[in-house]
Design a protein around this ligand. Structure first.
Ligand code: PMP
Ligand code: GLN
Length: 375
């Protein structure tokens, strides 16, 4: 028989498809609807004339590895060896898949904090590992007592995601300290830190695992240039891990993809020298605020949003329908696509909450909020 009978089509594909079918404003799948930086477009033209069209080295173009190392150093002060501690991947998705395949053996348990992004479970199942899904608390933050209770001698990995999709919450120093203690007291436990929204925080600094010496030896940090440079379709990301772990990741990577698209790597190597990711938080904060102000006269209740480009909203005042039904009605009747958050959890989701993506032109956001205020 086939190996993966229970894997559904992702909610992101489903809702984007429905948005197209119903001619709806698409605030569901997380991607920008605005033009990319013209500098990036001219770099593609310039770079593509060079000798850049054959296989890149397995772990990544050396210039891109160096620039990524510089980015990490400037952002967090962590000094990485570009040749030994960084891997360029085909998006964060491949980075996460690679980490899981390299570490998880049959019957190993992997802790996942729900609601969680959808690409964690399948590679665990493929490795015959066991996903252990632990709910985040009411505020979408970690419940450390509960997490500690779930760790046993079979626990191989914990996957964290900060800034958090779908909630937009960010972790505090004390959360990072708890995580650090957990890794230090459990020798067999490793950590995947999904930080794809690392440069999109609004009022507080992002607590990257790169900042914590206690996390570093057992942590694989995954990020995505797709989020930081508005190029989700390029599917280029990176993993940072200490040399010993990185050697294991490379064993999977070389047979999974061998190497990542060469043109994107060359373009990004040059673009990273010109780009300042520090502006990204302010850029998206303006969009978050525009969306939140536009929603003030709606019946939705907005939840806190500290990072990412997602805004959660409760519709409990309007309807008692499930979030999946509510989203279907929203796209079919009102021509606006959003994401139901229950699909990110293994446990029953009682909150009547849906997710909107605000990585959109201001005009799109105004149209969307005008529409949402009429519901
Ligand atoms: N992790 C999270 C939390 C995400 O939201 C996404 C979606 N972009 C990914 C990983 C995957 O990123 P990429 O598109 O670079 O594969
Ligand atoms: N990360 C995006 C989101 O959360 C979706 C990416 C995808 O479609 N796989 O909306």
């Amino acid at each position: 028989m086939f190996k993966l009978p229970d894997i559904p089509i992702s909610i992101f594909s489903t809702m984007s498809h429905l948005a197209r079918e119903h001619g709806a404003i698409n605030l569901s799948q997380g991607f920008p609807d605005f033009e990319v930086d013209p500098k990036l477009v001219s770099l593609i033209e310039k770079v593509s004339k060079g000798t850049v069209h054959q296989y890149s080295p397995m772990a990544g173009e050396s210039k891109l590895l160096e620039e990524t190392s510089r980015l990490v150093y400037e952002s967090y002060g962590r000094d990485l060896d570009p040749k030994k501690e960084i891997l360029i991947t085909a998006g964060a998705t491949q980075g996460i898949f690679t980490c899981i395949q390299a570490l998880v053996e049959p019957a190993d348990e992997v802790l996942i904090l729900d609601p969680s992004y959808d690409c964690y479970v399948m590679p665990i199942t493929l490795s015959q590992g066991v996903p252990v899904r632990i709910p985040l608390n009411e505020s979408f933050l970690p419940d450390w007592e509960l997490i500690k209770q779930c760790v046993n001698e079979k626990t191989k990995l914990i996957i964290t995601n900060n800034p958090h999709n779908p909630s937009g919450r960010i972790w505090s120093k004390s959360d990072m300290q708890e995580l650090s203690n957990l890794l230090q007291t459990n020798q067999n436990l490793y950590h995947i830190s999904d930080e794809v929204y690392e440069h999109i925080t609004f009022d507080a600094r992002h607590e990257s695992a790169n900042l914590y010496d206690g996390l570093h030896p057992k942590t694989m940090i995954v990020s995505s240039f797709g989020k930081s440079f508005h190029i989700t379709g390029w599917k280029v990301g990176y993993v940072v891990a200490p040399k010993k772990l990185m050697n294991e990741l490379k064993k999977v990577h070389q047979y999974l993809v061998f190497t990542v698209n060469s043109l994107s790597q060359h373009v990004l190597s040059e673009y990273l020298q010109q780009q300042n990711v520090k502006q990204l938080g302010a850029f998206y904060k303006q969009k978050r605020d525009l969306f939140r102000i536009g929603m003030e006269n709606s019946k939705f209740e907005l939840l806190p949003c500290e990072g990412t480009y997602f805004q959660l909203a409760s519709y409990a005042n309007q309807s008692q329908e499930s979030d999946v039904d509510f989203c279907h009605e929203l796209v079919e009747k009102f021509k606006l696509a959003a994401i139901p958050i229950s699909v990110f959890s293994a446990h029953e989701e009682k909150r009547k909450v849906i997710r909107f993506c605000f990585a959109k032109e201001n005009e799109t956001l105004t149209k969307a909020t005008d529409l949402l205020c009429k519901i």
